[in-house]
Ligand binder design. Structure first.
Ligand SMILES: C[S@@+](CC[C@H](N)C(=O)[O-])C[C@H]1O[C@@H](n2cnc3c(N)ncnc32)[C@H](O)[C@@H]1O
Length: 324
């Protein structure tokens, strides 16, 4: 047995209970092998419906690795796909026809992508689970940095109306497929293909000012939402501003608070590994105070058991806050 084969067997045994539970609830996508936690940093192996997707974030596969992965794929009756960071993956797909399921909802997946990441982030399952369970039919939902709109689809589970905001054209096209795969009403599942900054500034009533106002941007009226989903990348620049979750979380959170109906809830994330939960919690509390919105409740959602963090500090932090 090769070293990787031994590690794979161990991780499969460790997650057997979780995998049974996921399958029983209508989920067929999960992390099979978690690089750091399972003994091979830089290597992640995920099941996505019919695919066994291997992502090599750094380093090289070692002798015997590919055979170990292929034999696992054969045993599970899955198709092996290997993605290496920095390497082309052939023609990008937007409509692959392939899907996976999570809590009975269907999501498009692909063997190649115009972007770097799979179309459904598995560590965000805990957040989508919360949205399915807690967003009622009459709610209005703003899904910022929507990517393929999977959080929007989860929030619409009970019938809520959702506005998905992202500047990525192909991401929102996949979002359209995800909407259709789940039979969601196009009249209640909207796409705003725009930079998040001008959209948020307008919704929160601040408006687009200064040099930013010279650029063309989508016009939207100020309005309040019952639920805001704020799941930004750690660091990103756009002509309108900079997303920097380490240096300036309030720049994102404050306008979200101002676009939230009293008693509404924000599901916010911070992916920055260098920001610990306590420090981020202080930032959330201080920002609410400065925005004049008192926090009525604040809870944290932990990533599920296929994303173990031996030090108890998962890089992905998910908070749900209610503001008065
Ligand atoms: C990490 S993904 C977000 C994941 C997503 N929330 C989910 O549930 O899967 C980051 C997304 O942010 C988008 N993005 C980054 N900066 C942006 C900006 N300033 N305005 C709009 N979209 C932005 C990218 O196009 C990408 O789709």
């Amino acid at each position: 047995m090769s070293p990787l084969q031994a590690l794979l067997e161990r991780s499969i045994r460790a997650r057997a209970v979780l995998q049974d539970r996921l399958q029983a609830e209508g989920t067929d996508c999960w992390r099979v092998f978690h690089g750091v936690a399972d003994g091979r940093p830089g290597l992640a192996v995920d099941r996505y419906g019919p695919l066994l997707l291997v992502q090599l974030f750094h380093g090289e596969l070692q002798t015997g690795d590919l055979e170990a992965l292929q034999s696992l794929a054969d045993r599970l009756d899955l198709r092996l796909v290997v993605w290496r960071r920095g390497q082309g993956r052939g023609a990008p797909e937007v409509d692959s026809g392939l899907t996976c399921r999570e809590e009975g909802q269907r999501f498009a997946i692909a063997e190649t992508s115009p972007g770097l990441d799979p179309w459904l982030f598995l560590d965000f399952r805990a957040a989508r689970r919360w949205l399915r369970a807690h967003v009622p039919a009459e709610a209005s939902v703003l899904n910022l940095f929507a990517y393929t709109c999977s959080a929007g689809v989860a929030a619409a589970r009970q019938g809520a109306e959702v506005w998905n905001v992202d500047f990525g054209r192909w991401c929102l096209e996949v979002g359209g497929r995800n909407r259709d795969l789940n039979g969601l009403d196009p009249e209640r599942f909207h796409f705003w293909r725009e930079d998040v900054f001008p959209v948020l500034w307008q919704l929160s009533g601040k408006g687009v000012r200064g040099r930013a106002a010279q650029r063309p941007y989508l016009r939207v009226e100020p309005r309040l939402f019952d639920v805001v989903i704020l799941d930004p990348p750690t660091l990103a620049r756009s002509p309108f501003g900079k997303v920097d979750l380490v240096a300036d979380y309030p720049a994102m959170l404050k306008p979200c608070l101002l676009a939230l109906r009293p008693g509404g809830r924000i599901l916010a994330t911070n992916h920055a590994a260098g920001v610990d939960r306590e420090a981020w919690e202080q930032t959330l509390r201080r920002t609410a105070q400065k925005a004049g919105r008192e926090l009525q409740a604040l809870e944290f959602l932990a990533p599920e058991a296929d994303f173990p963090s031996p030090d108890g500090q998962p890089p992905l932090k998910i908070a749900v806050l209610s503001a008065g």
